[in-house]
Design a binder for this molecule. Structure first.
Ligand code: PFF
Length: 483
């Protein structure tokens, strides 16, 4: 049940989350970083950068983080902390408080849906990482060539039963932590693991530094060649900024609802975004030199890290140990992200359906697990099922590809756009000044300007530009003169 009254403004300090609160600002930073840093940084960023030509894509992605990502993250955390409930109830309460339409609660629902869809495939990929803990640890890759490593990966993804087993294990792991609740489950899991992940990435970059492909890798990542980026590539870069920062679906909002009142939202969000970006760039720097040194294809797709890093582990001293450690940490990074994907749904089930956290987690987990079967099959038995093959950009897309595209490139940016509109146009200036607590001078007006004008315009333009293949949109663009 929503437990809050809806008196206007100044309710912040009195409002309490029924789910508990982080023990400190640092705990929130760690948890939000835990949510942000995950498969998106280490698995997805390198392969989509590889597929979309490298440098120019990376530049657009970095721009999106700075201009769109950070301001929207602040808006999302702010809304969460002010509402102090699940995103659905927070949106309803704040909309009432600000005399806005009750339909804003649909934004919360869309977020729950996006989290559900993302987790359904996220868990399958996290399952790959889990299986690689054992593969690297047992020395399977020692001395193998690129071909050998590649065939081990193909064997895994071609076997639906194995994928299903790892997907199941990962979902159970996620549900156990979610069931234990904010303080006990979520907070403890990330404190140690984030720094450890960072260190092992540095070790890998050190290895890459000495490989013959380092120069080529660096230039691939940082030398922008704009002829290589397509309109669809722009949308993917923007979508990834949302995905990697966990924005646009209520994950950061629900974490914000557990944030103590006095903590500075701006500083927190900047810290989280910087750490997230650094991890992605380090992952790129570790992976691309290996790609080039071994004559591999940067556009190899979702298998990229599983086909490159094991080559390095197979040839370095103590490679089995480092390899195992790397995949253990990757699993932890994925774990701390997956709990935030399902938290909005679980918080809602507890608030509105009166379920205990344990029951809420089990229900949400079983539903997500079942939907994950689509992804499991899309890598093998159903790899030929191309539902939207009639549309040029989706000609080759499997069910997994479509789910990923729909969520990361459409649902999250759209959710983020609406969050920006709500924060900057529906919430009163006093409410946002009070909640953000950064005074009324330079930084607040800058934030407000960004979320009021820049973010909505940028997101809309990228959408229209990328979707201009669709006839109706081409007509609209023609009418306003940008086609
Ligand atoms: N940010 C996570 C990653 O980069 O792996 C994925 C994610 C988590 C996306 C939570 C969205 C979300 F709400």
């Amino acid at each position: 049940m929503p437990v809050l009254s809806n008196e206007r403004v100044s309710m912040t300090s009195k409002r309490k989350s029924i789910h508990g609160q982080w023990s400190s600002r640092l705990a929130f930073v760690l948890a939000a970083t835990g949510s942000a840093v995950g498969l998106g940084n280490i698995w997805k960023f390198p392969y989509i950068a590889g597929e979309n030509g490298g440098g120019a894509f990376v530049l657009v992605y970095l721009l999106c983080i700075a201009v769109i990502g950070i301001p929207i993250m602040m808006a999302e955390v702010m809304i969460g902390r002010r509402g102090r409930q699940s995103p659905i109830n927070t949106m309803r309460t704040l909309a009432e408080e600000e005399h806005a339409s009750g339909h804003w609660q649909w934004l919360g629902w869309a977020g729950v849906m996006a989290g559900f869809l993302i987790l359904s495939y996220y868990s399958v990929i996290a399952g790959w990482a889990l299986s690689y803990v054992f593969r690297t640890g047992s020395g399977l890759f020692t001395g193998l060539t690129a071909d050998g490593v590649q065939s081990i990966f193909s064997n895994l993804v071609n076997d639906p039963e194995r994928l299903l087993a790892w997907h199941t294990i990962f979902m159970v792991m996620t549900m156990v932590i979610v069931a234990r609740g904010v303080r006990h489950g979520l907070e403890k899991a990330v404190k140690l693991l984030m720094p450890a992940l960072f260190v092992i990435l540095l070790v890998l970059v050190g290895y890459a530094l000495n490989s013959s492909g380092f120069g080529q890798g660096v230039s691939f990542l940082f030398h922008p060649d704009f002829s290589k980026i397509t309109a669809n590539g722009l949308l993917i870069a923007m979508g990834h900024a949302f995905f990697t920062l966990s924005l646009g679906m209520g994950a950061i909002m629900v974490y914000g609802s557990y944030l103590p009142s006095g903590a500075s939202i701006a500083r927190t969000c900047i810290a989280v975004s910087l750490m997230d970006t650094l991890v992605a760039l380090l992952a790129g720097l570790a992976i691309f030199p290996i790609v080039f040194a071994n004559g591999l294809e940067p556009a190899a797709g979702p298998g990229l890290i599983f086909q490159t890093l094991p080559i390095a582990f197979g040839h370095m001293a103590y490679g089995s140990f480092f390899g195992m450690l790397f995949f253990v940490l990757l699993v932890f990074a994925a774990w701390s992200s997956s709990i935030s994907l399902i938290e909005p749904a679980v918080a809602w089930l507890v608030e509105n359906k009166g379920l205990s956290r344990v029951h809420a987690s089990i229900n949400a987990g079983i539903a997500t697990w079942s939907f994950g079967l689509l992804t499991v099959l899309s890598f093998n038995r159903w790899s030929d099922v191309k539902l939207l093959s009639a549309i040029e950009i989706f000609k080759e897309s499997t069910i997994f590809d479509l789910l990923d595209y729909l969520t990361a490139n459409i649902m999250l940016p759209l959710g983020g756009l609406l969050i920006a509109i709500f924060a900057a146009r529906k919430m009163s200036r006093e409410a946002t000044v009070e909640e953000l607590g950064m005074g009324d001078r330079f930084f607040y007006p800058l934030w407000r300007f960004l979320v009021r004008y820049i973010t909505p315009v940028a997101v809309s333009l990228v959408f229209l530009y990328a979707l201009r293949d669709i006839r109706l949109i081409r007509t609209i663009l023609g009418v306003i003169g940008i086609s």
